[in-house]
Design a protein. Structure first.
Length: 57
């Protein structure tokens, strides 16, 4: 998914620049996606993994 987002971000940024002559819309889309991603990850509750003292990481 990272590669798809990377491709779409650069491609869509170029397309929007061609249409509107500015990167501002792409900037705000990126900001909105960042906030949405943060909100989606807030409910995740990670638990610590119990390891033995002699067990290496």
């Amino acid at each position: 998914s990272h590669q798809i987002g990377s491709f779409l971000g650069s491609w869509l940024g170029g397309r929007l620049f061609d249409i509107y002559g500015s990167y501002e819309l792409m900037w705000w889309i990126s900001v909105a996606l960042g906030f949405i991603s943060a909100l989606m990850h807030m409910p995740i509750k990670e638990k610590a993994v119990q390891r033995l003292a002699n067990q290496q990481i």
